[in-house]
Design a binder for this molecule. Structure first.
Ligand SMILES: Nc1ncnc2c1ncn2[C@@H]1O[C@H](COP(=O)(O)OP(=O)(O)OP(=O)(O)O)[C@@H](O)[C@H]1O
Ligand SMILES: [Mg+2]
Length: 270
């Protein structure tokens, strides 16, 4: 298929994930409207905004999970390396492998061991059978997720037998096993203690060298610590979420262009 050119205003950034005039609905209710955003390649973009402004909805549009919600529909385009993931010939399952997702609550498959959790996608979706190949893949992504040293002696124990922070890193490893281009993280540290949070933040920074990361967070310090770019969404009185500002994190936190950004970041609303 012909790659689609990103819209002019955002074409100058080196971005492998581009959102072009995206709107998302639940039935007739508009949740997000007219979002234009380019997520810079191999960098962390923090997605911030008050509860209900559509952060999770936007993430779910980026890997075609939104359409699995009851009456979830999308208009506009999402370009991954120039190809619209909503084009009719594109398989949503393939999109979800290239755009991995980690959720607020770690969700290892409860009946699977640590190793099985990590390689389940390779086994069942890709059909890799060779135990050696699967073991190597498990080790590779557990190392990438800074978890290998902690679990290498208990790979056959249940995935849910490790700590919450370890389970979250396991879920990150599972997402990395399908060799994605993009990692979406929806408040991935909000259920964790400060030490586990710091470990995941360190991991995020390390992974940003390889993957484009979009991280939803309510924690402004976290956004300032880990992200290079920040996007702020707000819902106006009509409760429809829209992009207010996107920019370099340093600049957004020190010299925001929009008054609403300053108000949100300094805690005056939200
Ligand atoms: N499954 C759903 N069906 C109908 N409406 C939904 C559904 N999920 C979310 N919404 C609505 O869409 C809007 C955006 O919700 P969303 O979960 O994306 O917000 P959010 O920014 O992630 O909020 P939070 O910070 O609380 O996680 C809200 O008004 C919400 O009520
Ligand atoms: Mg949310």
């Amino acid at each position: 298929m012909q790659p689609v050119e990103p819209p002019d205003a955002i074409a100058s950034l080196d971005a492998n994930l581009v959102v072009d005039n995206l709107s998302a609905l639940y039935g007739k209710r508009l949740a997000l409207e007219g979002v234009n955003l380019a997520f810079p390649s191999k960098a962390i973009t923090a997605l911030i905004g008050p509860s209900g402004c559509g952060k999770t909805t936007l993430l779910r549009c980026l890997n075609r999970i939104h359409e699995t919600a009851n009456l979830g529909t999308v208009s506009g385009r999402v370009l991954l390396d120039g190809q619209d993931i909503y084009a009719p010939e594109v398989n949503p399952v393939a999109v979800r492998r290239r755009v991995g997702m980690v959720f607020q609550r770690a969700n290892p498959f409860p009946t699977m061991t640590i190793r099985e959790n990590v390689v389940s996608g390779l086994r069942f979706a890709v059909g890799v059978r060779s135990p050696q190949h699967l073991n190597e893949a498990a080790e590779r992504v557990l190392r990438l997720a800074f978890l290998w040293d902690e679990v290498k002696d208990k790979l056959n124990r249940p995935g849910v037998s490790i700590s919450g922070g370890q389970q979250q890193r396991l879920c990150i490893a599972r997402a990395l096993a399908s060799d994605p281009d993009v990692l979406l993280m929806d408040e991935a540290t909000s259920a964790l203690d400060p030490i586990a949070t710091a470990q995941i933040e360190e991991l995020m920074v390390s992974l940003a060298g390889r993957y484009t990361i979009v991280a939803v967070t309510h924690n402004m310090q976290q956004a300032a610590r880990v992200s290079e770019y920040t996007a702020l969404l707000l819902a106006a009185e009509d409760r429809v979420g829209r992009l207010v500002e996107f920019g370099d994190t340093q600049q957004m936190f020190t010299k925001p262009k929009d008054r609403r950004t300053e108000d949100y970041i300094t805690g005056r609303f939200g």
